[in-house]
Design a protein around this ligand. Structure first.
Ligand SMILES: C[S@@+](CC[C@H](N)C(=O)[O-])C[C@H]1O[C@@H](n2cnc3c(N)ncnc32)[C@H](O)[C@@H]1O
Length: 414
């Protein structure tokens, strides 16, 4: 923090003291966390101590109350704030979740309504939830997709519970680095091409029709964004002909080309093999490399772009959503047991990490009726509906590789 903000810009070291947890016979009870309060520039920063005054100590309050601010005293740098008990409404079960009262004090002491609060490690979303409730705008990030889902859910429910007439702006979720194969398929072809070329370390070019870019001097071609349109032999031949027309080919110094696509038809592979097989007999052969975009071979090219500052391979992953299968069974009047045990995770080595259920889905805002079963994600859940009727049920499943799938279905409840 000293390096980032400057040693001279430290304003306070705050001790957050809590009574629960941390006990042991092997060391003193661990009952505090430390908050470091820095300003970007200590000579001009905003601080609103009046917004977070605390009660006077009892002794003073009784004897000399009239001398003091009825709002209480300016908060000292030791804060006694209890953690939400496990059974409280606030408690989501997100590990390391912070109490709202703690975050409230941070936000109110440093911002006014309408200001922007950012938490780049938002976890269960305490900061944006409190910021929203207090009429602040917010930016929240987390590298964990589960954290993002839990946060989104909490914000939607928080907005619904608000009793004030605060106007809550809509929010959007941006996933960076994790590219859902399915979403890429909806990209316009040109944008997709450019994106794939850049991931691959190639530069886009429009000099020749049928050559989309170059990796070094090697011509590159990119297939359709649609995963269900495998490359055809005609496309292979068209690309080979374009390569033949390049000056380098004609000078005899280049015989290669690279085709990138989600899939290649067997006939396309045969066509490429035929071109290459002439290598032994004909100098006019062409050696085409057919690389699937979701293959390890593609990733190796991505990894090569990594530098000291950026780890591209981890930053760029193509993920597939799990195929969510929901089974259910009536076990008592209005009471049903739901399970996702037939769900198939598609990403290699992935396992299910989080399952959230909305037993009365409005088709737009997913609000878990039950969920965040972080540890026992795939166990069945039992839900009792308030009354008979037809309900829309949604189930969101996330795997630990960033894949997320949603199942929506109707259930007639009796
Ligand atoms: C201590 S938790 C935050 C808990 C949060 N204050 C709450 O009340 O729920 C830290 C979070 O940081 C996230 N995280 C860790 N490293 C990260 C990184 N490099 N970028 C973004 N998020 C990261 C973790 O996924 C985790 O959710």
């Amino acid at each position: 923090m000293d390096k980032i903000f400057g040693y001279e810009n430290l304003i306070n070291e705050v001790i957050w003291y809590y009574r629960s947890g941390g006990g042991s016979k092997r060391h003193f009870g661990r009952k505090h966390d430390t908050l470091l309060f820095y300003a970007k520039d200590k000579s001009r920063y905003l601080f609103y101590p009046d917004a977070v005054r605390v009660p006077y100590d009892a002794v003073i309050a009784d004897s000399r109350k009239h001398l003091f601010n009825v709002q209480g005293k300016v908060s000292p740098d030791v804060w006694d704030i209890s953690r939400p008990p496990n059974h409280s409404k606030e408690w989501l079960g997100y590990p390391t979740q912070k109490p709202e009262a703690l975050i409230e004090r941070v936000i109110q002491s440093a911002t006014k309504e309408g200001d922007v609060v950012a938490d780049f490690f938002c976890g269960g979303g305490t900061t944006p939830a409190v910021a929203q409730r207090l009429g602040r705008r917010w930016i929240a990030c987390d590298q964990s997709r589960v954290a993002v889902a839990v946060t989104a859910d909490r914000l939607i429910r928080g907005a619904q519970q608000l009793t004030t007439d605060l106007q809550i702006p809509d929010f959007t979720i941006e996933y960076w680095g994790v590219y859902e194969a399915r979403r890429l398929t909806r990209m316009p072809a040109e944008q997709f091409r450019e994106f794939i070329l850049r991931c691959f370390g190639a530069r886009p070019s429009e000099e020749h029709a049928n050559i989309h870019g170059y990796k070094g001097v090697v011509p590159v071609w990119v297939g359709s964004p649609q995963a269900d349109q495998p490359v055809t032999p005609q496309e292979v031949l068209a690309f080979a002909n374009a390569v033949r027309r390049t000056p380098r080919y004609q000078q005899g110094s280049l015989r290669e080309g690279i085709m990138l696509a989600w899939a290649f038809s067997p006939e396309a592979r045969d066509a490429a093999e035929k071109l290459r097989s002439q290598e032994q007999v004909n100098v006019n052969f062409i050696r085409l490399d057919l690389i699937r975009i979701d293959s390890p071979q593609f990733r190796r090219h991505v990894a090569e772009l990594s530098t000291d500052h950026a780890d591209y391979e981890n930053f760029l992953t193509f993920v597939q959503p799990p195929r969510v299968e929901v089974g259910y069974q009536r076990i008592a009047p209005l009471t049903y047991k739901f399970d996702v045990s037939d769900t198939v995770v598609v990403n290699p080595n992935a396992k299910i990490l989080n399952v959230q259920w909305d037993f009365d889905y409005d088709g737009r805002h997913f609000r878990s009726t039950q969920g965040y079963a972080l540890a026992k994600a795939s166990e069945p859940v039992v839900y009792k509906f308030p009354r008979p009727g037809v309900y829309t049920i949604a189930c969101k499943v996330q795997d630990d590789k960033g894949g997320e799938g949603v199942w929506v279905g109707e259930v007639k409840v009796e």
